[in-house]
Design a protein around this ligand. Structure first.
Ligand code: TMO
Length: 317
């Protein structure tokens, strides 16, 4: 009955009839939620799409690295934002163990790295070059970091290896991990009034690019193996002596059992492909407009029916 009611009320997919989704299990599709806004909103968007299709959905908050083990074991059904820079290594490791697979790329091109708001360049004109940044280390010094510069890295579970990079490249910086994404935005916001130079972890697509013009620091370019083979990168004895990929992927991942258990939901997952502006907008609805993630998802979906309906319809026949 629940499926019938929900489908009848979902005018957008009235074309497709109830039988279209009957093959999917009634068990909840468990969708993992992490600690940055676009991923939380995107997960709610897709959860709401599944609910429109009459499927049951459950959200669980999980660690953003451990989740690949959870997908592999089928404890969660999928992951909607596999960022190459932060999660490529955990994703590849889980792939090699088996149980999850690559469910396709989003259209979005991603970058995650050391970043500064543009006013920082006045104090350190050689930016964005990393060696110029290092020569300016003292302009980023705080009481906490002595004569070294402060770099505010992301929360520890994003595993950015900031400390390893500082050591591998011999930089005069102290790496401090933010407790949350919100702490990164607070650091930039607090520096803004006096145009204080700051360097923090940031990424794109994100809401921040519309609020604070800025640039990524240019480190030695990423090469495959920089995180596994010391010979890769400028320091022959160290890992992590490269920047993150400057044109990284954003993938979806699925539990191998998802297709058999929820064939329609799986089909929709493979069609989903969000763009940079769409993902930045998802983050903005929470980080700038201060909506709750489920409300942000409702608003995003209402404004983007023409994007999502074809994905749902193409899986209903
Ligand atoms: C994984 N993140 C987008 C926060 O860098």
């Amino acid at each position: 009955m629940r499926k019938l009611t929900l489908l009848a009320s979902a005018t957008a997919i009235a074309c497709c009839g109830v039988a279209a989704y009957a093959a999917d299990s009634d068990d909840p599709i468990v969708i993992p939620i992490h600690n940055w806004s676009s991923q939380i909103v995107m997960s709610n968007v897709v959860g709401q799409m599944y609910e429109e299709m009459g499927l049951n959905v459950e959200f669980v908050t999980t660690d953003s690295q451990a989740v690949y083990e959870s997908v592999r074991l089928g404890d969660v059904a999928l992951e909607l934002e596999v960022w190459e820079g932060a999660f490529g290594a955990s994703f590849r490791e889980a792939l090699s163990k088996g149980g999850l697979h690559d469910a396709g790329d989003h259209d979005a091109v991603t970058r995650e790295d050391w970043w500064y708001p543009m006013w920082t360049k006045e104090a350190c004109p050689g930016l964005p070059d990393w060696e110029a940044l290092n020569e300016c280390a003292e302009v980023f010094a705080t009481a906490e970091t002595g004569d070294k510069g402060r770099y505010l890295d992301g929360p520890v579970d994003w595993l950015k290896h900031g400390q390893e990079r500082v050591e591998a490249l011999g930089m005069d910086f102290v790496v401090v991990n933010a407790g949350s994404a919100a702490a990164l935005w607070a650091e930039i916001g607090a520096a803004e009034a006096e145009k204080k130079p700051v360097v923090v972890f940031n990424w794109t697509p994100n809401f921040a690019e519309a609020v604070w013009p800025g640039e990524f620091v240019e480190f030695p370019a990423w090469e495959d193996g920089c995180d596994t083979d010391p010979a890769v990168g400028p320091n022959p004895e160290a890992l992590y002596d490269c920047g993150n990929p400057a044109t990284g992927y954003l993938k979806k991942a699925a539990w191998d059992g998802m297709e058999g258990k929820w064939p329609t939901a799986y089909c929709v997952l493979t069609k989903i492909s969000f763009t940079n502006p769409q993902i930045a907008e998802m983050a903005k609805l929470v980080d700038t407009d201060e909506l709750e993630p489920d409300e942000a998802a409702e608003e995003w979906l209402a404004a983007n029916r023409s994007i999502v309906e074809p994905w749902m319809q193409s899986c209903s026949a």
